[in-house]
Design a protein around this ligand. Structure first.
Ligand SMILES: [Zn+2]
Length: 385
C-alpha cells in the first residue's frame, strides 16, 4: 500500500509516484497562481451542484439527482450571500447545464476560493438506506466509500476523449485511486472541521440520520487548492428521503444547515486569525535540517501556513504566538502567514508537527515565487527534476 507520503518516507513515496503518477503530469494549469477577481477581502465560497445537463446523476423513482443538487446549491448560496456580508458565492453551475468534472475544481482555483462545497445526493441498492454523509479528500477506508467516489467520478466517462483529459485516470479501476493518497495532508484538518460541522447541523438541527464524515478519492476534491468537502445530502433511492430531498422544505432545511456550518467554520478561522491580540508564547520551534535559504524566492519550497486573514498583520513574533521567521503570502483576497521554508517535503511535514503545538490548524503549503501551488503538483514538479 502506498502510504509513503503520510509516513514521510521519501523512498516509498518515490516508488508510488514513479509507478502511478506519471499519468498525471501537468493536470492542472497552475490555476492557483492566477489572480481571482477583486472581491474586497471577502470569503469566496464555491458551491458545486453535482451533475447537470446530460448527466442526471443518480435516478430516483420520480426525480433526478442533478435537480435536487442544484436546488440545494442555489438555496445554500442565497443563505450565505443574504446573511453574510463578507461572503461571495461562486457557482460551478446555476442552471441545468453540463459542466466537465475537471472544470469544477478549476473554477474554484481560478477564483482563489476559500472553500469548495460540492453538493450531491446518494443512491443505494436497498430502499431502506437513509442518511447524510460528508466526504473529504483521501483514500477510501472501505469499499462502500470507494463505491460512492467511483459513482461520482464516473461522469468523466461521458466526456469525449476522457482518457486524454484525465491523463489516463480510470474512474472504475481501484488502482487509479492510489494517486489520491498524495493529497491526504492537504487542507485535511480544515476540511474535516467543516465536514464535521455540516454533519452536526444535519443531525442535530435537521434530524437527518448521521452517516458521518468519510474520506474517498473524488476528482472534484483532488484538484482544489482550498478546504473542500462533498456532501451526500440523502438517498434518492429511499422513498422517504426522495420525497424530502424534492420538497421545498427539505431543501431549505438542508441548505440552511450547510450555511450555518459554513458560518461557524468561518467564525472559527477569523477568530484564530485575530492573532494581533499579542498573545505571548515562549515556545520556540526549531527547524530541522533541509532548510532552504530565505532569499531563494523563485525556488519551489514547502512552508507551514499558520494563519490567514483579510487584513494585513505586522510581522513580529508577538503577533504570531512567538514564532519567528514568518513570511506573508498574499493570495487575493487574503493574507496568508507561513513559517519555515523547506526544499524537502518530508522535512516540512516534520516541522509542521512541531508548529502544531502552537498552531493546531497549521498545514503544509507549496510556494513558488510568492504564489501557492497545489501540493500534488509541486511534488510532481520536484520529482521530475
Ligand atoms: Zn452525485
Amino acid at each position: 500500500m502506498c502510504t509513503g507520503i503520510k509516513n514521510g518516507k521519501q523512498h516509498t513515496f518515490n516508488i508510488c509516484i514513479s509507478s502511478l503518477l506519471f499519468l498525471f503530469v501537468a493536470i492542472n494549469n497552475t490555476d492557483a497562481s492566477k489572480n481571482g477577481p477583486k472581491t474586497d477581502g471577502k470569503w469566496i465560497i464555491v458551491i458545486d451542484a453535482g451533475h447537470g445537463g446530460k448527466d442526471p446523476g443518480a435516478p430516483g423513482s420520480f426525480s433526478m439527482e442533478k435537480n435536487i443538487n442544484l436546488a440545494i446549491a442555489l438555496k445554500t448560496g442565497e443563505y450565505l450571500e443574504e446573511n453574510l456580508k463578507n461572503v461571495k458565492v461562486v457557482y460551478t453551475r446555476n442552471n441545468d447545464s453540463f459542466v466537465d468534472l475537471k472544470e469544477r475544481p478549476k473554477i474554484a482555483n481560478r477564483h482563489n476560493a476559500d472553500l469548495f462545497i460540492s453538493i450531491h445526493s446518494n443512491s443505494a441498492k436497498s430502499k431502506n438506506v437513509t442518511g447524510a454523509e460528508t466526504y473529504i479528500m483521501g483514500l477510501a477506508q472501505d469499499e462502500a466509500n470507494m463505491a460512492v467516489a467511483m459513482k461520482e467520478n464516473e461522469v468523466m466517462l461521458l466526456e469525449d476523449d476522457y482518457s486524454t483529459k484525465y491523463q489516463g485516470f480510470d474512474p472504475k479501476s481501484p488502482e487509479s485511486y492510489i494517486i489520491f493518497t498524495l493529497t491526504q495532508n492537504l487542507f485535511q484538518k480544515q476540511s474535516i472541521d467543516l465536514a464535521s460541522k455540516v454533519q452536526a447541523e444535519f443531525s442535530e438541527r435537521v434530524n437527518r440520520n448521521d452517516r458521518g464524515v468519510k474520506q474517498a478519492g473524488f476528482w472534484v476534491l483532488f484538484n482544489t487548492t482550498m478546504p473542500a468537502i462533498l456532501i451526500e445530502t440523502g438517498f434518492i433511492t429511499s422513498p422517504v428521503e426522495e420525497k424530502y430531498l424534492n420538497s421545498a422544505e427539505g431543501q431549505d432545511y438542508l441548505a440552511s444547515a450547510i450555511y450555518r456550518a459554513c458560518k461557524e467554520y468561518m467564525d472559527g478561522i477569523d477568530s484564530k486569525s485575530g492573532i494581533s491580540a499579542g498573545r505571548q508564547n515562549d515556545n520556540t520551534v526549531k527547524a530541522g535540517t533541509g532548510y532552504a535559504s530565505p532569499d531563494s524566492s523563485n525556488e519551489l519550497v514547502y512552508m507551514i501556513q499558520v494563519s490567514a486573514s483579510g487584513t494585513k498583520t505586522e510581522i513580529k513574533p508577538e503577533n504570531f504566538r512567538g514564532l519567528k521567521d514568518i513570511s506573508e503570502i498574499y493570495t487575493e483576497p487574503r493574507y496568508r502567514y507561513a513559517t519555515g521554508r523547506f526544499t524537502d517535503y518530508s522535512e516540512a511535514v516534520k516541522y509542521r508537527k512541531q508548529v502544531e503545538s502552537i498552531y493546531p490548524g497549521a498545514f503544509v503549503i507549496a510556494v513558488k515565487g510568492n504564489k501557492i501551488l497545489p501540493l500534488h503538483q509541486a511534488l510532481e514538479q520536484k520529482r521530475k527534476k
